[in-house]
Design a protein around this ligand. Structure first.
Ligand code: ADP
Length: 459
């Protein structure tokens, strides 16, 4: 340790305490301690020095560069050990305040002498203890002229004033912070009030919006009902004259009537085709209008799916006179008994299969039934036809909507088939969904409950 000795001094007479204090501050400053720490070292040392001198007599003070636990200035005060332990205890009590000022504090006895060693760590920026540094400090400190007690006293006063000013500024800072806090509180309160007002205004807006929404949906419902009524009326009105035309045609072409020329017969045949076509469409319109107006109610009963599929297998392929198109109706297998409205179900399937046949130039149209788990069954109509682009998937279920493209140009229709099929699927308590890839084909899936509950709840 002595190899790291920076300075040695002593208290031989009372006023040396001031000198030692001054040295403490100077050494602390020289090794790079900050001004607060310089005051701590000087104050602790002068306290310890004064008390030791009073209780034990002459005191030797050393300053060492210690680096046992990081770089630290070690200040030791050594005096003759007392024979009476009570004196040591009294000393310990007197220097308790000084103890608090220093980071490291050790009291030990050796060779009949007692030492109080106090340490203060160097701050991060200070030069570290290299032999060269220690040597340089030692030389610089040796040159210090012993100061006069009055100077140290004046300095001590200044330090006191600085500390007081610091306390004052800390109090001012506290007051400022308090004021700021009060201000913030007021701000928060104002913000809260503003937000409450805004929330209330927003609430009022939402209420008004809902009222408007209710009104709009009532208007929409009225409009939709008016449209259904209109469709029903128009189709009903159209049906009578078309039926009359067909009746008259039958009369004219009756073998019992006036004979017709071949030309007349051909033309009447064309009229009849058109009239039948028209009747079919008027009927479609009427069906849809009925389904929409809620006048169509399903009557559930046990359905023999084998028989239904058998009938479709008998009729659907006959609609196709193209060898390059197959219509396949699979055998429904492993299905629980279905309890639903058979007429509606057949209408939906027939509709989907007719579409499949219309929009599939070659390949196949296939009908299959699959148990979908839970209480539902899937009836699937798939084809290898022209397909439906994704952006049309929603619109094809709108009334009168038809895709207008080169691929669809050759096909006739009304745009009522799919909306009607979806309507019926809904009435059966299920849904109709579509997946499709352009050029590869479409798959329409009717998912219906195994047991359709009658509309009025009686099982
Ligand atoms: P349409 O009487 O025209 O068949 P739909 O409502 O049944 O009326 O169908 C609407 C449109 O959806 C059709 O015009 C057609 O463009 C398209 N579409 C329906 N089914 C298929 C299908 N299986 N493959 C390709 N396009 C289809």
């Amino acid at each position: 340790m002595s190899g790291n000795l920076l300075l040695r001094t002593a208290i031989a007479v009372e006023h040396d305490v001031f000198v030692v204090r001054q040295r403490g501050r100077e050494v602390a400053a020289a090794v790079g301690l900050e001004s607060q720490d310089q005051i701590r070292v000087a104050t602790a040392l002068s306290e310890v020095g004064r008390q030791m001198f009073a209780l034990l007599g002459a005191v030797v003070v050393t300053f060492d560069a210690d680096s046992e636990h990081g770089d630290m200035l070690l200040v030791s005060a050594t005096a003759q050990a007392p024979t009476d332990r009570a004196v040591l205890d009294a000393l310990a009590a007197e220097v308790a305040g000084a103890h608090r000022l220093m980071g490291t504090w050790r009291v030990y006895e050796s060779g009949g002498r007692v030492t109080i060693a106090m340490g203060r760590q160097l701050p991060p920026g200070a030069p570290s203890w290299t032999p060269a540094r220690v040597e340089e400090l030692r030389t610089a400190l040796e040159r210090l002229a012993p100061g006069r007690p009055v100077e140290e006293f004046v300095l001590q006063n200044q330090e006191l004033l600085t500390s007081l000013a610091e306390v004052q500024s800390q109090r001012d800072e506290l007051l400022r912070l308090n004021a700021e806090l009060a201000e913030t509180n007021r701000g928060v309160l104002a913000l809260y009030n503003e937000l409450s007002d805004e929330l209330e205004a927003t609430n009022r807006g939402v209420v008004a919006l809902y009222a408007e929404l209710d009104q709009k949906s009532a208007q929409l419902r009225d409009a939709s009902e008016a449209k259904s009524r209109f469709l029903a009326n128009v189709s009903h009105e159209l049906r009578a004259p078309v039926t009359a035309i067909l009746g008259l045609l039958r009369l004219i072409t009756d073998p019992a009537s006036e004979p017709l020329t071949e030309e007349q017969r051909t033309q009447l045949g064309l009229i009849e085709d058109s009239a039948r076509d028209m009747l079919a469409r008027v009927n479609e319109l009427l069906d849809l209008a009925k389904a929409e107006s809620g006048r169509l109610e399903p009557s559930p009963a046990d359905v023999d799916l084998h028989a239904v599929f058998g009938a479709l297998r008998g009729t659907m392929p006959s609609l196709v006179d193209r060898p390059e198109l197959d219509v396949v109706v699979e055998e429904p297998a492993g299905l629980p008994v279905l309890h639903t409205d058979e007429v509606m179900l057949v209408q939906v399937l027939r509709n989907l299969m007719t579409n499949g046949i219309k929009f599939t130039p070659r390949g196949e149209v296939r009908l299959a039934a699959r148990y979908a788990g839970g209480d539902t069954v899937d009836l699937v109509v798939s084809d290898t036809g022209i397909g439906i682009p994704p952006e049309e998937h929603r619109r094809v279920f709108e009334e009168f909507y038809q895709i207008r493209g080169a691929a669809q140009a050759a096909v006739v229709g009304t745009g009522l088939g799919l909306p009607y099929a979806r309507r019926l699927a809904t009435l059966l308590g299920g849904e109709l969904t579509l997946t499709s890839t352009v050029g590869a084909g479409s798959t329409f899936t009717v998912t219906v409950p195994l047991r359709l509950r009658p509309p009025h709840g009686d099982a």
